[in-house]
Design a protein. Sequence first.
Length: 209
Amino acid sequence: MPISTNGLLVVRRPHWNFDPKGRGAFRDCPPELDGVYYSGIDRMPWFDVDEGLYDGTLPEDLRAIRKESIDSCTDFSGIEVVTGLADAKALLAHSNAREDRNEVVAVRSPLLEELKGTIPVPEHAVSWLGCDVVAFGEWSLLREGLFSAPECFVEWRQYLNAEGLLDLPEPAAADSFSEAYDEAAGKELVEKTAVGTQLLVVEIGRVVV
């Protein structure tokens, strides 16, 4: 039976979620806490595809797929997805041509459903891992909060699962997590988000391809 998701992304595997050169917003080591690696949406999405896109080495058919995912993201979420499993597989194969560093993930949330609609994925192909808390159009508060300044999120450690995501007791708990993040930002321990930024609680699923 197919299940509904809101799109697919190619992201770095948790242990490979880093750029040795530390370019831009990318860390030079993977976000990790006591042996648990962050496994959310903010794992260098499309990084290895985009290197080929910008240096002109990405094959034309893959370039068209990637450009469509960029051009169709008009909702300001910053979450660029493909809607076909075959397309995701093709982009994954290109990304892993040199080294097996990437995987396909499915995402779903009520707000993403409103913005992007749904796509069917075979139920047996997705293993749901947990929830990420994302500032709309910005970044993961889990990655930049709990994994960056764990001393500010002591009470949230109990909800961090073995996949490096949150098992939230209820969706509304994300508001309390955001408050803890804002408090840490006020102490200049984490990066501030824009005033009034909307929260996304995004379920992350690992897709078997």
